[in-house]
Every structure is written in structure tokens, then in C-alpha cells.
Ligand binder design. Structure first.
Ligand SMILES: CC(=O)SCCNC(=O)CCNC(=O)[C@H](O)C(C)(C)COP(=O)(O)OP(=O)(O)OC[C@H]1O[C@@H](n2cnc3c(N)ncnc32)[C@H](O)[C@@H]1OP(=O)(O)O
Ligand SMILES: CC(=O)C(=O)O
Length: 542
């Protein structure tokens, strides 16, 4: 399998994205994860830019890297200065990184308008800078900034700039679509032309301003590029950089080009989420390949075909990138969705079951009323089990009273009083909260915690309210989605009503019931395990 060298610039160009800021510790963690994933290069930052980036390199120098080379980023020397006296170039050497990546101007307009120097001086600084770094013993990557725009404006000059870098000994010439405005057909023809013109291996660095960075990177590889620069999840300045999480599986699975060693592609989804977590960015569900919804199927027709053969509605196996297939249930479901979900839950149903038809009908009716089960899988499981006669009645509610008080000092207080029965024992208790729903939640927990100890480990992680019939203003129905977490899992439940407290109560109740179900399942699994162990021991004695 031919190799494409993956060059990750999440820690440099990625941090040029709005809202992305990484501490040294964050950078080290991400670099370690990228090295495990198996990328060929990790660009750690620009050591002359700030002390944080320099500190990263000083730490990276002391660490062992299994797969990746660490690259330090900078620019060509300033016009009018010698490369050897340029502090930015010196810091690349001082960083201790084995690879230096410098960007240089290739667009004649940029040379005169931004760098404010002559075309000749620009050629000089490119040559001198690359030569200086080569003499210092570094592998040198020359990022040809604005190459495609430069080529269109003045091809002879653009070609001369990269030829200078090659003559000075650059190990890679990376063609950059810096403004991200180039179309794939131009990327292809210009890469092909440069592959013919240069001896040094080529790379591509694409920005996503036209939503084409992934396509442009792939087509550049088709045109001869053998290094692809990009970032995890496409983080980067403006609309981002080329997203490596899409480029890598496309190249590796569909074009049979090796980007990551061995079976490492299976780590991609986990690595993408890990980087998002450290960067403190919520990864969009619809991210191709690695998103939570990337292999989620909702339409009944699709699920019906999937059950026959997943390739009918999947372009590749989700497991190959470490993701997984999911089937959603909603008003768009057919019986196939139900059968799939039920199988996952260990319930045996088929198209002929009366229960199957009843569940589909009640699902569609409830969704019509405003419930939404695709985001509330725990409520759906309870619905399914109820249809099979597995409903739990852990307590009987007598009443809930709420006291909401707005005081003259400005305080708004909420208190819930709850009366319920567990096994004929009447429990009557009250609790305060920072709002009425919180007060009800606290009161319910207080009332039940003695009987149901698992409640201690559960907490409300998210609470969302959505108005369903907006035109009815304050008389509209609301849908409440609650996410509950314990030490191992998270589960979501739903409630719908014209009264927000009632909708919240339904969702809270489902949350509690699901927690209980989870506990029973865990108990069942443990018992089954010990029975199996006991029977194994018995066999051994015989
Ligand atoms: C396409 C890219 O993504 S390139 C990377 C862009 N990333 C960043 O800029 C983030 C890190 N940058 C920084 O921390 C700062 O900009 C620094 C420390 C590098 C420089 O800061 P300053 O010295 O204050 O300069 P400032 O940022 O205002 O301007 C950049 C200077 O570099 C010059 N410059 C731009 N490109 C190049 C180049 N390829 N070679 C040499 N000099 C260059 C500009 O002409 C400008 O010079 P001027 O001040 O004489 O006009
Ligand atoms: C080098 C770089 O980041 C660019 O040209 O976009």
C-alpha cells in the first residue's frame, strides 16, 4: 500500500480557530494521542510566537514519540535580514524539533503588498531560510503560502519561489490554498503541473472557506501530493482547515493509501472525540465518519434494507473508523426500526407480533403529540418494555404540591412537597430547589433514597425545554428532555405537556424508572455470571 504522510497542525493552525485555545498540558495530551493514532508529523506550534509554544517543544524534546516527528513552525526570515540572524528561524533550531516548517510568499501580489519587498528579495529570503535550517540539520517543510492564488496570478514567479526552496534543500514543498477559495479542478491541474516541475515530494495544505478543503486535499493526492496537512475535526482559522478525520478514512479505505499504521484507523472516532474534549468544543453529531450520527439510521425504509445488508445504506463499515451503527426510533420508523432496537435490548419481536404493531402505533401517536424518542432512548426502551408487560411500579404517587415564592427582597424560592407510597409505606417529604423542577427532583430523591440506593450515584446532567406549538405562546405545549448520569452511563428521557412541571415530572419519572431498570439488568447479569462460574467449577470437579 502506498503511503501518504499525515501532517497534523491541530496544535498550530487549529489553535488559530476562533474559540480554540490550548494550554501546554492540553497540547502535550493531544500530541500523545495523535502519536498513538499514528500520524507522521505533529506541528506543535510557532516557538517564536509565544512562550507557551516554546515550552511545548522543550517538553516534547524530552519525550519518546512512537510514530510522529515533531515539527516547529515559523516563517522565512524578514526582508533585509540574514537568515542566520533572524530570531524566528533561530528559535526553530532552539526548539529541538527535528522538523522545521516555514511558510514563504509565492504570490507576487502578497510579496509587494503584505511583505512590502521586491520579488527578488523574497526569492533570496526563501533560499537563505531553507538553507539555514538545512545546515542546522533539520528536515525542512516549505509551506508555499497562497500557492494556488499565486500560480493563477503569475505562474512563472510562483514556480520560481518553490524551485528556490527545492534548490536550498527543502525536503517537502507543500502547496497551500491559504485563502481556501480554489476549486478542486484547479487544485488537480496545478498539483499535477508542480509534480512534473519539481523533484521534491509535494504536500497539500487546504483551508475550508469554500467547504472544499477535504475534497481539495484528496484531489491533490490524486495529482501527486504525498503529504496532507490538516487538523483534527477541521479546526482552524475562519472556516477551518482540512479535516483529517474525513481525509484519512477516504484515502485509506477508498483509495487504498496508507495514512495510519496497522489497525489504527479504528482509533479515529475515539481520537476525534478526545481532541474535541480537550479543546472544549462539542463535536457536531453530523460530523462524517466520527460523529455520533455518522452511522445513525432513522427512515424506516433504510432500516428495513440495513437489516438485510448494511451496505445498502452505509458507504463503509462504521467499525473501520471505530464508530458504530445506530438505529433511531421516531414517527419515521417502520417495524424494522423496532425490530432492530428490540433485538439490541434482548426482546424477541418480529413483524407479525401484535405488540410490534401496537408499539409503532403508539410511537407515531406520541410523536404527533410532541414526544421525540430519537433523543430519549431510555423513554423509548420503557415504552417498548411496557408493551411487553414489563412495566415497573416502584411507587405510587399521591400528590405533589409546589410553593413558588417571589419575595420583596428579590429572592425567588421553590419548595416541593411530595406524598407517595412504596410497598404500602407512606412517605411524605419536602425539599427546596433553585427552581420548581429542581425542587421536585430533590423531593423525589429524598422520598425514595432510602428504598432505592442507586439514586445516590445519579444526577441530572442536562435539562432542555423546547416549545412545540409556538403560535400558542404561553399556552403552548413544551417538550422536556432530561439527561441523567451515573458513574458509568448517561440516559435521556422525555416528557410533554402544556404544563412545564408536568412535562418535567414525566421525564424525571422515566429517568428514575430507567435507572431502576439499569440496576436490575446489572443485577441479572451478575447473577448469570456467578451461575456460569459455579457451573464451570462444577464441571472441573467432575
Ligand atoms: C498562513 C498562516 O497561517 S501563517 C501563520 C499565521 N499565524 C500567526 O500569525 C500566529 C502567530 N503569530 C505571532 O505570534 C506574531 O504575528 C509574530 C510573533 C509571529 C510576529 O509578530 P510581530 O513581529 O509583532 O509582527 P506582526 O504579527 O504585526 O506582523 C507580521 C510581520 O511578519 C511579516 N511576514 C509575513 N509573512 C512573512 C514571511 N513569510 N516571511 C517573513 N516575514 C513575514 C509581515 O510582513 C509583518 O511584517 P511588518 O511588521 O514589517 O509589516
Ligand atoms: C501555511 C499556512 O498555514 C497557510 O498557508 O494556510
Amino acid at each position: 500500500m502506498e503511503r501518504v504522510f499525515i501532517y497534523d497542525t491541530t496544535l498550530r493552525d487549529g489553535t488559530q480557530g476562533e474559540g480554540i485555545s490550548l494550554s501546554v498540558e492540553d497540547k502535550v495530551k493531544i500530541a500523545v494521542r495523535l502519536d498513538q493514532l499514528g500520524v507522521a508529523y505533529i506541528e506543535g506550534g510557532w516557538p517564536a510566537s509565544n512562550p507557551k509554544d516554546m515550552e511545548f517543544f522543550l517538553r516534547a524534546k524530552e519525550m519518546k514519540w512512537k510514530n510522529a516527528k515533531i515539527a516547529a513552525f515559523g516563517s522565512t526570515c524578514r526582508p533585509g535580514t540574514k537568515a542566520s540572524e533572524d530570531s524566528n528561524l533561530q528559535s526553530l533550531v532552539q526548539s529541538g524539533a527535528p522538523v522545521a516548517t516555514i511558510f514563504g510568499k509565492t504570490w507576487d501580489y502578497h510579496v509587494t503588498a503584505a511583505l512590502r519587498t521586491t520579488l527578488e528579495e523574497n526569492l533570496r529570503i526563501i533560499y537563505d531560510s531553507v538553507q539555514y535550517l538545512k545546515e542546522a540539520g533539520l528536515e525542512v517543510v516549505f509551506d508555499a503560502e497562497h500557492f494556488f492564488d499565486g500560480y493563477k496570478a503569475n505562474p512563472a514567479y510562483a514556480k520560481e519561489t518553490v524551485l528556490k526552496a527545492e534548490q536550498a534543500g527543502a525536503d517537502w514543498i507543500v502547496l497551500c490554498d491559504t485563502n481556501g477559495g480554489t476549486l478542486p479542478q484547479d487544485i488537480l491541474s496545478i498539483t499535477q503541473e508542480m509534480a512534473f516541475y519539481l523533484r521534491a515530494p509535494l504536500g497539500i495544505h487546504a483551508h475550508n472557506d469554500s467547504d472544499l478543503a477535504v475534497a481539495n486535499s484528496i484531489i491533490s493526492v490524486l495529482g501527486g501530493a504525498r503529504q496532507v496537512q490538516g487538523t483534527m475535526n477541521g479546526y482552524g482559522e475562519r472556516s477551518g482547515n482540512a479535516n483529517l478525520c474525513s481525509i484519512i478514512p477516504n484515502l485509506q479505505v477508498k483509495m487504498n493509501l496508507e495514512c495510519l499504521p496497522g489497525e489504527n484507523l479504528k482509533q479515529l472516532t475515539e481520537a476525534a472525540h478526545y481532541v474535541a474534549e480537550i479543546a472544549n468544543v462539542t463535536l457536531r453529531n453530523d460530523m462524517p465518519f466520527v460523529g455520533h450520527s455518522a452511522f445513525a439510521h432513522k427512515g424506516g425504509m433504510h432500516v428495513s434494507a440495513l437489516l438485510k445488508d448494511p451496505s445498502t445504506y452505509e458507504h463503509m463499515e462504521p467499525e473501520s473508523v471505530g464508530n458504530q451503527r445506530r438505529v433511531l426510533v421516531s414517527e419515521l420508523s417502520g417495524t424494522s426500526n423496532l425490530i432492530y432496537k428490540a433485538k439490541e435490548l434482548g426482546l424477541d419481536i418480529n413483524k407479525q407480533n401484535k405488540e410490534t404493531k401496537d408499539i409503532i402505533e403508539s410511537l407515531k401517536t406520541l410523536e404527533h403529540q410532541g414526544y421525540q424518542f430519537e433523543g430519549a432512548e431510555a423513554s423509548f426502551e420503557l415504552l417498548l418494555r411496557r408493551a411487553f408487560g414489563e412495566e415497573q411500579v416502584p411507587f405510587v404517587l399521591d400528590s405533589i404540591r409546589l410553593l413558588i415564592e417571589k419575595r420583596s427582597d428579590g429572592d425567588f424560592t421553590s419548595e416541593a412537597m411530595i406524598k407517595l407510597r412504596v410497598d404500602d409505606q407512606v412517605i411524605h417529604t419536602a425539599a427546596e430547589g433553585n427552581g420548581p423542577v429542581n425542587a421536585v427532583d430533590n423531593a423525589l430523591r429524598k422520598a425514595l433514597s432510602e428504598h432505592y440506593s442507586f439514586l445516590k450515584d445519579c444526577h441530572l446532567a442536562d435539562y432542555k425545554v423546547r416549545v412545540i406549538d409556538e403560535k400558542d405562546a404561553t399556552a403552548a405545549k413544551v417538550r422536556v428532555l432530561i439527561e441523567t448520569r451515573d458513574q458509568q452511563d448517561a440516559w435521556s428521557t422525555v416528557g410533554v405537556s402544556t404544563n412545564i412541571i408536568e412535562a418535567s415530572w414525566q421525564a424525571l419519572l422515566d429517568s428514575f424508572r430507567y435507572g431502576l431498570l439499569k440496576q436490575e439488568k446489572a443485577k441479572g447479569a451478575k447473577e448469570a455470571e456467578s451461575t456460569e462460574e459455579a457451573s464451570k467449577k462444577g464441571e472441573a470437579v467432575i
